[in-house]
Design a protein around this ligand. Sequence first.
Ligand code: HEC
Length: 101
Amino acid sequence: MITNKTALLAVLLVASVAPCLAANPANGQRLYNMHCAACHGPRGEGVHPEAPKFRMGERLEQPDLVLMQSVKTGKKTMPPFFGVLQDPQILDILAYVRTLR
Ligand code: HEC
């Protein structure tokens, strides 16, 4: 039987370890809606004519670190987000974007 104490311990453990290990897609969703959805679409459907449709998996075959670099430097009409978003925030956004497929 799982006691309350065990459950509490588990929650504390996850809460303390998770932020170092995994990106946070819920935080990513909030940031995506704020900074990216205008062009890429709230559901990744692509609003801006040249913006990849994340919903169709476009560009998502590339690893996060490559995609993050494009987001930081900007690409064609996409503005650079360097100085606007920090690396962990961009990784949170990419984790969310990968759920749109
Ligand atoms: C002003 C419109 C605009 C905004 C805002 C925008 N993007 Fe883009 N994004 C684009 C366009 C256009 C491209 C395609 C560039 C190209 O043709 O290579 C693109 C490409 C990308 C790519 C693919 C890069 C690659 O190397 O293939 C990623 C990932 C991406 N955007 C993520 C984001 C994220 C995350 C945000 C928010 C932080 C964002 N974009 C905000 C227009 C935008």
